[in-house]
Structures are given as structure tokens and as C-alpha cells.
Design a binder for this molecule. Structure first.
Ligand code: GDP
Ligand code: MG
Length: 163
């Protein structure tokens, strides 16, 4: 089954998207960094396409270096399962150094990647977030709102060449 791995720093909205596509409340949403360290997976639906989804813990947000290493390893393991990666950033808070760090790392991986700019339900905020995201060098950013379900049609079309 086509496997989509959702990655990104904490609080960008990964679990919100996971829950929406799973169409049931499976992932525990917790704003405390480091709480959800192991990935969760489910079968879900992207429109009419049944997919396997993996929701990773937030990248690199860690209490100490050993935790950081563990989370990085888990992310790398998750990426080995991936037919495509959805790298999510937060259009409302803007691009952070951590986002840039992961974009640089992700560009070196040989996996189809969609750069999703979440929390884009308000147009003004979206415009600023999208311009910053474009500079990450991961192609055309996809505006979305995981909370409102916006952007899923475009996500489908960006992923469909890899189905
Ligand atoms: P994760 O840490 O990346 O898994 O992020 P969560 O899914 O736990 O979401 C973090 C916070 O962002 C929560 O308070 C969500 O309600 C909020 N959130 C998620 N998606 C959206 C969105 O599309 N728009 C807005 N405004 N908030 C969102
Ligand atoms: Mg989460």
C-alpha cells in the first residue's frame, strides 16, 4: 500500500492531518514537546485513495542530545517505509531554523517530498508563509489547513504520480 510519512517539527499540525485522513481520532494530540516519540500508523483515505499513514514525532525537539538522536533515528526508520514524504511547516508561525535544518537534510534523501504549509486558512498569513516556504528549495509549497481540511485535493494531485 502507498505509504505517506508525515514529518515536521512539533506543533505544525502533523497529528491533525493524520487524524483527519484516518477519519477517526487515533493519534494523541499533545502540545508537550517530546511526549509522542514513537510513530503511529494507520490506514486512511486521501479522497478515494486508500493509503498507509505514518505520523512521526516532532523532529529534533528534544530534551537532550540522546533524545534528539533517538528521534532522528526513528524518523530515518519511518522514511525507509515511505513512498512519499509530507514535510509540514507552519504558515502562521513562519519558517524556523529547525525547518531549514530539516529541509536541507530532506533534500539529500531520495524520496518524493511534498512541502505542505499548514494553518493556511487565512489568506494573508498564507501568502507570507508560502513565500518563506518556497525558499526552502523543496519545490512549490502546498497551502493547507489540516484543521479545516483545505488542500487535500491538491495533495492528492501532487502525490498521484507516485501512487
Ligand atoms: P503536531 O505536533 O505537528 O502533531 O501538531 P498537532 O496536530 O498536535 O497540532 C498542533 C496545534 O496546531 C494544535 O493546537 C492544533 O489544533 C493546531 N492546528 C493543526 N492544524 C491546524 C490548522 O490547519 N490551522 C490552525 N489554525 N491550527 C491548526
Ligand atoms: Mg503530533
Amino acid at each position: 500500500m502507498f505509504t505517506l510519512v508525515i514529518i515536521g517539527r512539533p506543533n505544525v499540525g502533523k497529528s491533525t492531518l493524520f487524524n483527519r485522513l484516518a477519519r477517526k481520532q487515533m493519534a494523541i494530540i499533545d502540545d508537550t514537546p517530546g511526549v509522542t516519540r514513537d510513530w503511529r500508523e494507520t490506514e486512511g483515505w486521501l479522497l478515494d485513495k486508500k493509503i498507509r499513514l505514518i505520523d512521526t514525532a516532532g523532529l529534533e525537539e528534544a530534551f537532550d542530545d540522546s533524545m534528539r538522536g533517538k528521534m532522528r533515528r526513528q524518523t530515518e526508520l519511518a522514511l525507509q517505509e515511505a513512498d512519499a514524504v509530507l514535510f509540514m511547516v507552519d504558515g502562521r508561525s513562519g519558517i524556523t531554523p529547525m525547518d531549514k535544518h530539516f529541509a536541507n537534510w530532506l533534500r539529500r534523501q531520495d524520496i518524493p517530498t511534498v512541502l505542505a504549509v499548514n494553518k493556511c486558512e487565512h489568506e494573508n498569513a498564507a501568502a507570507a508563509g508560502l513565500a518563506e516556504a518556497y525558499a526552502l528549495g523543496l519545490g512549490e509549497p502546498l497551502p493547507m489547513s489540516a484543521a479545516h481540511g483545505y488542500g487535500l485535493d491538491d495533495l492528492y494531485h501532487m502525490l498521484s504520480p507516485y501512487f
